[in-house]
Ligand binder design. Structure first.
Ligand code: GAL
Length: 661
């Protein structure tokens, strides 16, 4: 099942958002109907936070109110993305099942009063979640308004309770087989941590000092499997009664304690939520990386932007505003990269409650507002893009992404606090985005042969299989850039004897790392081409590679900082420090040129992005988004779907979707 069954039902791309009618009364519902028609809303996500109304006491369901809203939406031409409400159990659940509440590493048991207050490993929670998912599916599974199912909401919690401890032990037995093997894997010979019975093994709760790294990462893996099992139970309960596609809204990049590759494989349709964390061009880059990552999780197939904000979103110490035009540019940034629509959290801004100040399609000010006017313009724009449904996006560059490597850089006692997994991935993506090339994310163990350039920014943990895969990729003609501190540990978090990276990759790169020299916060190392490195440096030996740039000072002087190596039909590059931005961009430009990778849409100035979607029958659509304040002539004018006219120029902040180019 794919997004096609959704877009076919909607007759085009999806437009709408979370709809929480239980916050309002009849007069507002009437206005909602009228405003949804005006904005051309065709999909509403309903029920995400409705558990307390749907099941006011354990086992007693009240569906009448939901029936009425579904019929109203259906009559108004709005299809349904029906959610299971399991991200927010009601207060009665807490009182009936205190053992199902989450416990922090410090041992504090949380209580209701917010949301997401449950332990995914608690049998009572899992039973209750399956039951309400099945009840909803039984009642609404073949409703003509139903386009898709939305399991839960952004699985993101962690728990350290006794249920979790029990689940962790079962998982560890399956992974390691015996207690001896677990002791060996975790290196418990050190600090007298040896376990002599399974009951002694705990989740990584608060400890006096560093936690055991093997225990910490195994716990992440266990928890991820628990999250996925929980999601699949609901999916299966739904599938027993309904043939509509099932999703859960993912959240990227670092919010969720879950292996996103693994959970995405279990979903009929991959969807995700995106909220920028910086203004201006930074927000556009956030959109691009989010969309490229979600598409990659979907295996390159179309996906769905489930949530974004129309305007203000939480960002650090304030809500972050969107400028006029940004809502359209951000939405098109997602659609350009494979989203089959643009959905929001939420339809109408709450008058009360925890998210009163989160923006919505209908703001507190009402429909006479800039935001609602932009919403209606966006609805019209999305409505003109129906012919794109099912088309895809391809990329010739991949950035490697492995949750194990992320979790490995989250353990205690690392050689530097500046080994930042997501920071390194975002930087690599941003640099490639600024070069205008299409980027996928890929797992280090997956087939990479289709990519001209592969970048490994942060694989501190790298398995032998991954290393062999990368060697194969280079031998087969690929260009590979591996960055500092790669492969220092294996999947057990154990250091590799003899240096890094692991042997097969060393052959592809022609280097061996011997000694790491992490740098202080503001410290710079100067390099022979005038650039500099920060954060980290290494003593590296060439074993066949050519030193392209060397360190110039201190104990590393004359040692290689950047190397290249011809191996088989390809090129392996190794960078042993964190290059300054200009030098990093120049290195990427050089690698792209050598690998023969062109910008997606050549001839665009900085701040203007171009992305192409292609259909299997050869049709193509070129998105050009102008993030600058200047008008920009189009290098290749064409018929713009948004205006249904030939476009020659982009106004400041403007966008086009050109057919057939
Ligand atoms: C999302 C979440 C929504 C809402 C939104 C606010 O992550 O799914 O329920 O809380 O954030 O930004």
């Amino acid at each position: 099942m794919t997004t096609r069954s959704i877009t076919d039902r909607l007759g085009g791309l999806a437009f709408g958002g979370d709809y929480n009618p239980e916050q309002w009364d009849e007069a507002v519902w009437k206005e909602d109907d009228e405003l949804m028609r005006r904005a051309r809303v065709n999909l509403a996500t309903v029920g995400v936070f409705s558990w307390a109304l749907l099941e006011p006491e354990e086992g007693r369901y009240e569906f009448g109110w939901l029936d009425a809203h579904i019929e109203r939406l259906h009559a108004n031409g709005v299809a349904l993305d029906l959610a299971t409400p399991t991200a927010s159990p009601p207060p009665w659940f807490t009182l009936a099942h205190p053992d199902a509440l989450p416990v922090t590493p410090e041992g504090t048991r949380l209580v209701h009063g917010s949301r997401d207050t449950y332990c995914l490993a608690a049998p009572a929670y899992r039973r209750a979640a399956r039951r309400i998912a099945a009840a909803l599916a039984e009642r609404y599974g073949d409703h003509p308004a139903l386009a898709m199912w939305h399991v839960h909401n952004e699985y993101a919690t962690l728990c350290h309770c006794d249920h979790t401890a029990a689940g962790f032990r079962v998982w560890l037995r399956a992974r390691h087989g015996s207690l001896d093997a677990l002791n060996e894997a975790w290196g418990t010979a050190f600090w007298s941590q040896r376990y002599s019975s399974w009951e002694q093994v705990l989740p990584p709760r608060a400890t006096q000092w560093h936690k055991n790294p093997g225990q910490a990462v195994d716990f992440r893996r266990y928890w991820s499997d628990e999250v996925i099992a929980s999601c699949c139970e609901q999916r299966d309960a739904i599938r027993a009664h309904s043939d509509r596609p099932v999703t859960t809204n993912l959240m990227l990049p670092a919010y969720q304690h879950v292996d996103l590759w693994a959970i995405a494989r279990e979903l009929d349709v991959v969807s995700s939520d995106q909220y920028p964390t910086s203004p201006g061009l930074g927000a556009a880059a956030d959109v691009a990386v989010h969309a490229d990552r979600t598409r990659s999780l979907a295996g390159g197939r179309p996906w769905l932007l489930m949530e974004q904000g129309t305007n203000t979103v939480y960002a650090g110490d304030r809500v972050l505003g969107k400028e006029p035009g940004e809502m359209l540019r951000h939405s098109l940034g997602h659609i350009a990269r494979g989203s089959e629509g643009a959905l929001f959290f939420q339809w109408r801004q709450s008058r009360a409650g925890a998210e009163t100040w989160h923006s919505a399609m209908v703001p507190h000010a009402g429909p006479e507002s800039r935001i609602f006017r932009e919403v209606t313009q966006l609805g019209a724009a999305v409505g003109r893009l129906g012919e794109l449904a099912g088309s895809t996006v391809s990329a010739s560059v991949a950035v490697l992404d492995d949750p194990d490597a992320w979790w490995a850089l989250g353990v205690d006692g690392l050689p530097s606090a500046r080994l930042d997994y997501h920071g390194a991935l975002l930087r690599a993506h941003r640099t490639l985005w600024e070069a205008g090339v299409g980027v996928d994310f890929a797992h280090p163990e997956q087939e990479l042969g289709g990519y001209s350039l592969v970048v490994a920014p942060a694989l501190f943990l790298l398995t032998d299989r991954g290393a062999q895969n990368l060697r194969r990729y280079v031998a087969g003609g690929g260009t590979l850039l591996v960055q500092h501190a790669t492969g220092l540990v294996d999947e057990r978090l154990q250091a590799r004897p003899g240096g890094w990276p692991p042997k097969p990759l060393r052959e592809a790169l022609g280097v061996r790392g011997e000694e790491y020299r992490p740098l202080a916060q503001e410290e710079l190392v100067t390099l022979s081409d005038g650039s500099h490195g920060t954060d980290w440096s290494e003593r590296v030996h060439t074993e066949g590679a050519q030193a392209v740039v060397t360190y110039t000072h201190g104990m590393l002087a004359e040692g290689p900082a950047l190397t290249r190596h011809r191996s088989g039909d390809g090129q392996g590059w190794y960078l042993s420090t964190r290059l300054d931005d200009t030098a990093y961009a120049a290195l990427m430009a050089r690698l792209l040129a050598e690998a023969g990778v062109e910008p997606e849409v050549p001839g665009l100035p900085a701040g203007v992005e171009g992305v192409v979607r292609r259909a299997a029958d050869g049709r193509r659509w070129t998105f050009v988004l102008n993030h600058t304040d200047e008008a920009v002539p189009l290098p290749d004018p064409g018929h713009d779907l948004l205006t249904d006219a030939v476009a020659h120029e982009l106004p400041p902040g403007g966008c086009v979707v050109l057919r057939g180019h």
